[in-house]
Design a protein around this ligand. Structure first.
Ligand SMILES: [Zn+2]
Length: 277
């Protein structure tokens, strides 16, 4: 006889919600921004001088804005956020937004109107994020978005030092660039050269020392460094094409070019004959 008081623990069920987010506020990270010193650990964060015991470096994140409404709705305690890549904290995510899957762990309520939930999240976020309608999906979509790589369109405002004699080379640039690991991430990434495809879509003079750049980049391109050249570690760069030092001052992701979206695409790389078949 089994003790009726002890029930075998059922594995916690999970619900996967897929959507796309637009991030309209600079300084908002995609996921919880834990303090790098105490890592947000409950005991270690007390007395942590880096975050003053808060455990995090920002109050909000896209993940928390969603979880704060979604978890109570599903009567769940925890969730995970799985984004199809991420943008820097100071970069907006515009256009059709970035795909993600929000994983609700151990829901006890299943009768949730996803459209009501979506509207509540967006309303309470006060304009900092917008969401496409939720769809329930299975776990394979988390893997799909983690493994897929997409071209991205960026919009940048660029400060140009000095005078530009000719914009033609930059305006018409489409081709391969070589990027050595940027100095700003060299402490955590292997130092190597990467080849990436980049295509300038438009280059507008905003002012005597400022241009607006729209550029289509292969996944994994360091755009800020393609603009500045990162002290010559990226070639060619916008700086070398314009013949004047450039600095990215504002950056937005205009779109993540997933397969279902219309819009510009980089030409597919030609297969070498030895790779064919
Ligand atoms: Zn801390």
């Amino acid at each position: 006889m089994t003790d009726p008081g002890i029930r075998p623990k059922a594995p916690r069920s999970k619900i996967y919600l897929e959507s796309r987010y637009r991030k309209l506020l600079r300084g908002l990270p995609q996921t919880i921004f834990y303090c790098p010193v105490c890592k947000g650990d409950r005991r270690r964060r007390e007395g942590c001088t880096n975050c003053e015991g808060f455990g995090k470096l920002t109050k909000e994140s896209v993940q928390e804005l969603i979880g704060r409404r979604a978890l109570p709705a599903f009567s769940a305690r925890t969730g995970n956020f799985h984004g199809a890549g991420r943008e820097d904290i100071d970069v907006l995510m515009l256009g059709n937004g970035r795909p993600f899957v929000y994983e609700v762990i151990g829901p006890r309520c299943f009768d949730v109107d996803l459209e009501v939930l979506r509207k509540e999240i967006v309303e309470r976020a006060g304009g900092s994020i917008e969401l496409a309608p939720f769809k329930t999906v299975d776990k394979s979509r988390v893997v799909f978005w983690k493994q897929s790589q997409f071209d991205k369109v960026y919009r940048a405002e660029v400060q140009v030092q000095g005078t530009v004699a000719d914009f033609t080379a930059a305006r018409s640039f489409s081709g391969m660039i070589v990027q050595r690991t940027p100095q700003r991430v060299a402490h955590r990434r292997a130092d190597l050269d990467r080849e990436r495809q980049v295509q300038v879509l438009s280059l507008l003079e905003l002012d005597s020392d400022r241009v607006e750049l729209r550029v289509l980049c292969q996944h994994g391109t360091y755009v800020k460094e393609w603009i500045s050249s990162d002290d010559g570690r990226t070639t060619p760069s916008l700086s070398s094409l314009l013949g004047a030092p450039c600095k990215c001052v504002v950056l937005d992701v205009e779109d993540v070019m997933t397969d279902d979206l219309p819009g510009p695409r980089l030409p597919q790389k030609q297969k070498m004959p030895s790779e064919a078949g």
